[in-house]
Design a protein around this ligand. Structure first.
Ligand code: IPM
Ligand code: MN
Length: 357
C-alpha cells in the first residue's frame, strides 16, 4: 500500500511534517508495509508548474491508495483566474476526479478542552461526539450551468441532485449510525428547495426499506445551525448535502475549541480516500510553528481506518492524541493558561503524540 502526500500551502507543510513523524512511528511499531510519496498541489504547485494540480501529481495519486492532504490557498493566489486558484483548481478537481462523494467529518469535544470551547461549560461537558456525512461531489459545488456573464451583471450556480446521489451518501450514514448510537439527523431546507424535497423523500424511503432500526429525524438547516450550538449532544450522525455541510461543519468544528482539531475523510466507493483537516491553510500563522497538528494527525488515523483497513492502528493514534491532551500539552489555539497546561509548538505537540504511541 502506498499514499500520496500533498502538503500544499500555508500551515499545510508544517502540519504534514508532524503527521509523517507519527506515521513513521506507527509504521515501525506495527511493522507496516506502507510507503508514501510527496508531490505539489495548490499554490505551491502553481508557483512551480503554473497549475494547482499538475499532471505529475494527479498521476501519482492514481497510483496510490490514499492521499494525505494538507491545505491549499492563501492571499498570494487569491487574484488568479478562478479555475487556477488553489481551492477551485486543486482540491475540487481531485474530489471530482476520484468521485470522493462521501465526506466524513467527526466532531468531538475532548473533555480536557471544555474550557477552550466557545460554548458554556455546562453544554461542553455533555457528550459532544458526532459525525457529519456530507455529500461532496454534487449540489451547488459542481452542477451546471455555473457561470458569470461577460458584463459581470449576472451569475448562476445550479443546485441539482439525483436520488441516486442522495441514496449513496445516505446509505453510508445509516450504516455508520448502526455502529454508533443509532441516531441519524438528516438536514435539508425542504420548506423551500426542490432538491431538499427529493433529499427528504429519498432518505425517508431508504429508512423505511432498510434502516427502520435507526432513529431518523429530518431537520431544517437553519434550525440545525442553532441546535449545534444550543444542544450539540443530541447529534450522533448528521447527513447533509454539500453546501450546508460545508457551513455546518465549520460551525461544529469550532465547538471543540479550535478548528485545528478536526480531521476529515473524503471517500469513494472503493475506499480510496483524501484525508484533510477541516480548518484551512491559515496563511496568517503559517511558518511560525504555532499551528495545532492534531487535525492532521487524526487524518492519518482516518486513513488507516478507512483506506488501509487497520482500525487498531487508527485507534491507537487517536488514543495517543487524547493522552497528549490529558497530559496538558497545548498549542496556542487551545492554551488557556490554566494550571497543568504547558504551551508547546507544532513540533513538540507532534513529538508528544509520537511518544504516546
Ligand atoms: C472544505 C473547504 C472547501 C469546501 C473549499 C476549500 C473548496 O472549505 O473542505 O470545507 O468548500 O468544500
Ligand atoms: Mn469548508
Amino acid at each position: 500500500m502506498h499514499f500520496a502526500v500533498l502538503a500544499g500551502d500555508g500551515i499545510g507543510p508544517e502540519l504534514i511534517a508532524q503527521a509523517l513523524k507519527v506515521f513513521s512511528a506507527a509504521a515501525k511499531k506495527y511493522r507496516l508495509n506502507i510507503g508514501y510519496t510527496e508531490a505539489l498541489v495548490g499554490g505551491a504547485a502553481y508557483d512551480k508548474y503554473g497549475t494547482p494540480l499538475p499532471k505529475e501529481t494527479l498521476e501519482l495519486c492514481e497510483r496510490c491508495d490514499a492521499i494525505l492532504f494538507g491545505s491549499v490557498g492563501g492571499p498570494k493566489w487569491e487574484n488568479l483566474p478562478p479555475d487556477i486558484q488553489p481551492e477551485r483548481g486543486g482540491l475540487l478537481p481531485l474530489r471530482k476526479h476520484f468521485s470522493l462523494y462521501a465526506n466524513l467529518r467527526p466532531i468531538k469535544l475532548y473533555p480536557p478542552l471544555a474550557a477552550s470551547s466557545p460554548i458554556k461549560e455546562s453544554i461542553a461537558a455533555s457528550n459532544v461526539d458526532f459525525i457529519f456525512f456530507r455529500e461532496l461531489t454534487g449540489g451547488l459545488y459542481f452542477s451546471v450551468p455555473k457561470q458569470i456573464s461577460d458584463d459581470r451583471k449576472s451569475a448562476v450556480d445550479t443546485l441539482r441532485y439525483t436520488a441516486k446521489e442522495v441514496e449513496a451518501i445516505a446509505e453510508l450514514a445509516f450504516e455508520a449510525a448502526r455502529s454508533r448510537r443509532r441516531i441519524l439527523t438528516s438536514i435539508d431546507k425542504a420548506n423551500v428547495l426542490m432538491t431538499s424535497i427529493l433529499w427528504r423523500e429519498t432518505v425517508a424511503s431508504l429508512h423505511e426499506r432498510k434502516y427502520s432500526d435507526i432513529n431518523l429525524t429530518h431537520m431544517y438547516v437553519d434550525n440545525a445551525s442553532m441546535q449545534i450550538i444550543k444542544n450539540p449532544s443530541q447529534f450522533d450522525v448528521i447527513l447533509v448535502e454539500n453546501t450546508f455541510g460545508d457551513i455546518l461543519s465549520d460551525e461544529a468544528a469550532a465547538l471543540s475549541g479550535s478548528l485545528g482539531l478536526s480531521p476529515s475523510a473524503s471517500l469513494n466507493k472503493k475506499k480510496f480516500g483524501l484525508y484533510e483537516p477541516i480548518g484551512g491553510s491559515a496563511p496568517d500563522i503559517a511558518g511560525q510553528m504555532i499551528a495545532n497538528p492534531i487535525a492532521q494527525i487524526l487524518c492519518l488515523a482516518l486513513m488507516f481506518r478507512h483506506s488501509f483497513n487497520l482500525p487498531e492502528v487508527a485507534q491507537n493514534i487517536e488514543k495517543a492524541v487524547e493522552k497528549a491532551l490529558a497530559s496538558g500539552v497545548r498549542t496556542k489555539d487551545i492554551y488557556t493558561g490554566s494550571q497543568g497546561e504547558t504551551l508547546v509548538n507544532t513540533a513538540k505537540m507532534g513529538s508528544t503524540i509520537v511518544d504516546n504511541l
